[in-house]
Design a protein around this ligand. Structure first.
Ligand SMILES: [Zn+2]
Length: 256
């Protein structure tokens, strides 16, 4: 088995109207949703999935996040800086062999610039759209987050990354969104859904997120992930489940 263990690294939180998480449900109810990255130990080195919130926001929220600083009130501590979360488990950014971005929204790419030496895998459809997004859904792509001289490698469709780690296209939230399947030796499969499943309530109906590029695609992708889970067994890790840290163990504890 090529995967050894996986850590879920807390990367701060956001304040969202429930109807952003679940289209047409809970409007007016404000919830605080966590952001996280996943660190996977494989025989071929460390793989990081997403890079959390931009730590520049600690000192200067409006410089880092623009209008979002006031709208979704991101909260991060010094510990939530992706570099510090890695250090807690004795990993340095230079040790990371590969980053996989589920998508290029600001809350998943805040630390991308700290990984200039390794490939960053993104679906080609996502990279293209991030550079020239449709106006109505453009604001979550913040160029100060993703547009750096980095080694983006553009992939298309399903791909086995290393034994036990594969990506599955799950468009809808964004055009090139992807989820990551991790087959752990003892825990079994865990599916990092990313924002294809914001929270557990998305599975009821299913109900897509409220802020999608395409809601029909988002519903298809939830069905796809439910089918995949049915076939593989295992567990979904949603992108922004408010109760995430009641349900899952955070680093420095790992899943084996
Ligand atoms: Zn997100």
């Amino acid at each position: 088995m090529a995967v050894r263990e996986m850590y879920l690294l807390p990367c701060g939180s956001l304040e969202l109207d429930q109807s952003i998480l679940t289209a047409g449900m809970g409007m007016g109810t404000i919830v605080r949703s966590p952001s996280y990255a996943a660190l996977i130990a494989t025989d071929e080195g460390w793989i990081l999935v997403d890079t959390g919130l931009n730590p520049d926001g600690l000192m200067n929220p409006e410089f880092a996040w623009g209008a979002r600083a006031k709208v979704v009130r991101p909260a991060i501590s010094r510990d939530d800086d992706i570099r510090n979360r890695l250090q807690e488990v004795e990993v340095s950014p230079k040790d990371i062999k590969m980053v996989i971005n589920t998508h290029l929204h600001w809350d998943h790419t805040g630390g991308n610039r700290f990984f200039p030496d390794c490939p960053i895998l993104v679906q080609k459809a996502e990279y293209r759209f991030a550079l020239y997004p449709d106006k109505h859904i453009s604001s979550p792509y913040m160029e100060n987050h993703f547009k750096h001289p980095l080694n983006y490698q553009l992939i298309e469709g399903y791909l086995d990354i290393v034994a036990g780690v594969s990506v599955v296209p799950t468009p809808g939230h964004t055009p090139g969104h992807q989820s990551v399947v991790v087959k752990l030796p003892e825990t079994g499969p865990m599916i990092i859904a990313g924002d294809a499943i914001y929270c557990n309530l998305n599975l009821e109906g299913p109900t897509p997120p409220g802020n999608c590029w395409s809601q029909p695609h988002a519903i298809d992708s939830i069905h796809k992930l439910m089918y995949l889970k049915e076939q593989l067994g295992g567990t979904f890790i949603p992108g922004h489940e408010p109760g995430l840290w009641q349900e899952f163990k955070s680093s420095p504890v790992s899943y084996r």
